[in-house]
Design a protein around this ligand. Structure first.
Ligand code: NDP
Ligand code: 8X3
Length: 252
C-alpha cells in the first residue's frame, strides 16, 4: 500500500467527515480520524485500514489542552499533516433569538468557531515551518446567508467564512492553500443533533426532495485536495438541485 499524503479530519465519526475519510482512503491518503465516539472511530479504522494507514484521536474540540495534547501525541509516521479538514461542527436548536438557549449558543460558538481555531492552532505552525499544507474548512450556506431562527448557528458559520478568508490571507506567503466548502442541506446526523434526538422532526427536514448526500461533499473535497499545487479552490458553495437558498427548497 503506497500512501501519499496525510490528512487530519475532525468530525470523522459521522456524516460529511466520515465520507471524506472513506473517499480519501480510496485514494490511499493516510488518515488521522478525530471525534468523541471511540467505538465509531474504531469501526472506521477497521474498515479503512485495508486501504490506507489510519490513526484515531479522541478529543472534544472545545477542550484546547486536549486538542494540543492529542496532536502532540501523534506517532512519528502521522506527525506531518499535509491536509487539515476542519469539519467537526453542529447546530443546537432552531429558536428565535428571544427564546434561544444560552447553552445551545455556547455549544455552537465553542464547537464551530473556537474548536476550529484550537485545532487549526495546533496544526498550522508545522505547515508554516514546512511552507506547505492545505486547509479545507467546512462552512455552510448558513455562513453566506441568515435564515429564520438560524441566528447563532448562522453567526458561527459566518465566522468560519471570515476565518477561511483570514487564514488564506495570513498563510498566503507560506504557500499554504486555504479554502472552504459551504454545503446546503446534506442528509446526515446534523438535524438529529440540532433537534436533540427528535428523529421525526429531523427526518422531516429532508422529506419531499433529494438532499445532498455526504458522499457528494466528500467527492468534492477529494477533487479540491487533488488539484495541482498552483490551484486553490478558495470558496465553494454547493446546494442540491432542489435548493435555491436557505429558505427556498422545491418539494415534490
Ligand atoms: P454530523 O452530526 O453527522 O457530524 C458531526 C461530526 O462532528 C461528528 O463526527 C461529531 O463527532 C463531530 N463533533 C461534533 N461536536 C464535536 C466536538 N465537540 N468535538 C469533536 N467532534 C465533534 O453532521 P455533518 O456531517 O452534517 O456536519 C459536519 C460539518 O458540516 C459541520 O461543521 C456542519 O456545520 C457542516 N454542515 C452540515 C450541513 C448539513 O446539512 N448536514 C450543511 C452545511 C454544513 P462526535 O460526536 O463523535 O464527537
Ligand atoms: C447546515 C445547512 O441550512 O441546515 O449548515 O443550516 S442548514
Amino acid at each position: 500500500m503506497s500512501t501519499t499524503k496525510t490528512a487530519f479530519i475532525t468530525g470523522a465519526t459521522s456524516g460529511i467527515g466520515r465520507e471524506i475519510a472513506r473517499e480519501f482512503a480510496k485514494h490511499n491518503i493516510r488518515l488521522i480520524l478525530c471525534g468523541r465516539r471511540q467505538e465509531r472511530l474504531d469501526e472506521l479504522q477497521e474498515e479503512l485500514s485495508t486501504h490506507t494507514e489510519v490513526h484515531t484521536l479522541n478529543f472534544d474540540v472545545r477542550d484546547k489542552e486536549n486538542v494540543a495534547k492529542a496532536v502532540n501525541s501523534l506517532p512519528e509516521n502521522f506527525k506531518t499533516i499535509d491536509i487539515l479538514i476542519n469539519n467537526a461542527g453542529n447546530a443546537h436548536g432552531l429558536d428565535p433569538i428571544q427564546t434561544g438557549s444560552l447553552d445551545d449558543w455556547d455549544a455552537m460558538l465553542d464547537i464551530n468557531v473556537k474548536g476550529l481555531l484550537y485545532v487549526s492552532k495546533a496544526i498550522i505552525p508545522q505547515m508554516v515551518e514546512r511552507k506547505s499544507g492545505h486547509i479545507l474548512n467546512i462552512g455552510s450556506t448558513a455562513g453566506k446567508e441568515v435564515y429564520p431562527n438560524g441566528n447563532v448557528y448562522c453567526a458561527s458559520k459566518h465566522a468560519v467564512d471570515a476565518l477561511n478568508q483570514g487564514m488564506r490571507i495570513d498563510l498566503n506567503s507560506y504557500g499554504i492553500r486555504v479554502g472552504a466548502i459551504n454545503p446546503g442541506l446534506v442528509e446526515t446526523e446534523f438535524s438529529d443533533v440540532r433537534f436533540k434526538g427528535d428523529s421525526p422532526r429531523a427526518e422531516k427536514v429532508y422529506q419531499g426532495f433529494q438532499a445532498l448526500k455526504p458522499q457528494d461533499i466528500a467527492e468534492i473535497a477529494y477533487f479540491i485536495v487533488s488539484c495541482p499545487a498552483h490551484v486553490n479552490i478558495a470558496d465553494l458553495t454547493v446546494m442540491c438541485t432542489a435548493q435555491a437558498s436557505s429558505t427556498i427548497v422545491k418539494k415534490s
